[in-house]
Structures are given as C-alpha cells and as structure tokens.
Design a protein around this ligand. Structure first.
Ligand code: PAF
Length: 284
C-alpha cells in the first residue's frame, strides 16, 4: 500500500487524529535521499509502533551560508517508492513556506551541547536542527522518534532538548549503518568521486584501530587523539576538521577514556565534502 502523502501540518494532523488515543505513533524525521541507514530506522520504528510516519524535509535552517543546501541530493519519487516497499503509513513532505512562513522568527537553542564539535565548525547548525525537530514533534506528536548514531551530537542535543522542554516523546538512537567497505552511510556520500570515496575510508579505519586499542586497555585521550591524527595523516586527500574525545552525556573534553561515557567523534573534508563518523562507549 502506498503511504498516505501529506504536505501540510493540518493534513498530517488530520490523518493522525484517528490513531492519536489508541495507537502508538513512531516517527522518523529525514531530509530524504534515503539510504539503508534511514531504512533501518524505519524498520525499527515499524517494529516498535502501530503507525509509522516519515518526514522528508531539507531544512535550510541547519545549513550555514555557503554550505550545500542548494545542491543537497533530493529524489522524492525514489524515496516514496522505498517507503512504500517498507509499508510506511504516512509521509509528511512539507514545503519550505509550510514550515517557515514569511516572518518566521522562533528558534530553539540547546546551549553548550550545540556549540562544540560540529557546532564549532557549523555555527547555528544545531539551532536549526533543534528548531525543526521541535516543530516536527509538535506537528506529529509521536510516541517514539528515531535517529541514527552517526549524528551522535545531534542525538545528544535532541535528547537534551526533549528533557529540558518536558517533551512527551521517547528518543531511540539506532546504530551506525555502514557500507561493506566500512564507510558510514550518508546522503552526502553521493558527492564523492571514486578517488575521494577510497580516501574517506581512512576515517572509519582510524576509528576502528583506535577502538581496538581502547578495548585492549588504552585510556589516555592524548594518545588516542595522536593515533587518530597519525592515521588520518596517511591520506593526503583528506583534511581533518576535528577529532575529539568527549563525554557522551555532556560532550565535555576528557583526559581519560570512560568505558561507559565516551564519544570519539571525527569530521573530515574530502575535497568539498564534509563527512562525520564516531564510535561510542556507553549509551546515548
Ligand atoms: O538527521 C537529519 O537528517 C536531520 O538533521 C533531521 C533530524 C531530519 C532534521 O532536519
């Protein structure tokens, strides 16, 4: 069955009214151009909820000036087909003006957590993410919402927003999905040339090596960061944006690995493409 396609908040709210008090509503917010990472979220959502809603909206407020908003890959027909195959109940694909009408002026800022790591390289990014996610939560009012661990900082920021603003939704964070060569799935992988893709593999490779050392007993964060840097230096086609070892709950710099509360996060540039990856010790 084709999912019910809705384009306005009124439409999706109306569609959900029949389920509101008797069924659980699972929600997967996306920016489209779906890959197996997104589809794993949808599958998990379907397992855990009576009704599954997927949104597709490329949110301009989380892109900085000069970033890739205009060229971000889009393919609505393909996305709808994939969601139909997975028997998603409702797709919400609003227009820009539906979400941000003229004069729009309200934003959500998750202080501190949104300023480090990717927030440092992409000022305003998490303000844009928190704002759209809160708006989508208010429209869909889901029982549970699903996000990928690849965007670990996003997951931490959203969990904090949900907690701080007393939102009645359970946030579920699902594991990173990788291609067989180890590259974490991302819509932005579509930008990579063959050469760039091969170069990008040094990031999951470096993370894997460091993880093995940590599991072997390495605890000194400065040694971990040196190792990561050395591995990344082996690949001339990439530039490191950041490599950080922080606490999972507060994203605070660590000196020692805490086996129950650590995020090892990296971001690199491969040509004009920025890619992120991570591993965690503990739970987001
Ligand atoms: O992770 C994403 O695709 C986006 O940041 C999200 C959560 C859909 C908000 O635009």
């Amino acid at each position: 069955m084709k999912p019910v396609q809705t384009k306005t908040s009124e439409e999706v709210k109306k569609e959900l009214r029949q389920y509101r008090y008797s069924k659980t509503i699972g929600f997967v917010p996306t920016m489209g151009y779906l890959h197996n990472g997104h589809l794993s979220l949808v599958e998990q959502c379907k397992k855990e909820n009576d009704v599954t809603v997927v949104s597709i909206f490329v949110n301009p407020k989380q892109f900085g000036p000069g970033e890739d908003f205009n060229i971000y890959p889009r393919d609505m027909a393909r996305d709808l087909k994939l969601l139909e195959e997975l028997e998603v109940d409702i797709v919400f694909s609003p227009s820009l003006v539906e979400i941000y009408p003229a004069g729009y002026s309200t934003y959500v800022e998750v202080e501190k957590l949104g300023d480090v790591l990717c927030g440092n390289s992409r000022p305003g990014h998490f303000r844009g993410v928190a704002t759209i996610v809160l708006k989508l939560f208010n429209i869909v009012e889901p029982t549970r919402a699903y996000f990928g661990q690849k965007d670990a900082q996003q997951a931490v920021v959203i969990k904090k927003m949900v907690n701080d603003l007393n939102l009645d939704v359970v946030i579920r964070i699902m594991p990173i999905v990788r291609d067989p060569d180890g590259l974490a799935l991302s819509s932005r992988n579509a930008y990579l040339s063959r050469e760039e893709r091969a170069a990008a593999l040094c990031m999951p490779g470096a993370l894997q090596k460091v993880r093995a050392k940590i599991l072997d007993g390495l605890r000194d964060v400065s040694v971990v960061k040196d190792m990561l840097q050395r591995e990344m230096n082996k690949e001339p086609l990439i530039n490191v944006d950041y490599l950080e070892v922080v606490s999972l709950d507060g994203l605070e710099t660590l000196e020692e690995i805490d086996m129950h509360n650590t995020l090892v996060a990296t971001a690199i540039w491969v040509g004009k493409t920025r890619l992120i990856d991570n591993f965690i010790l503990g739970e987001i």
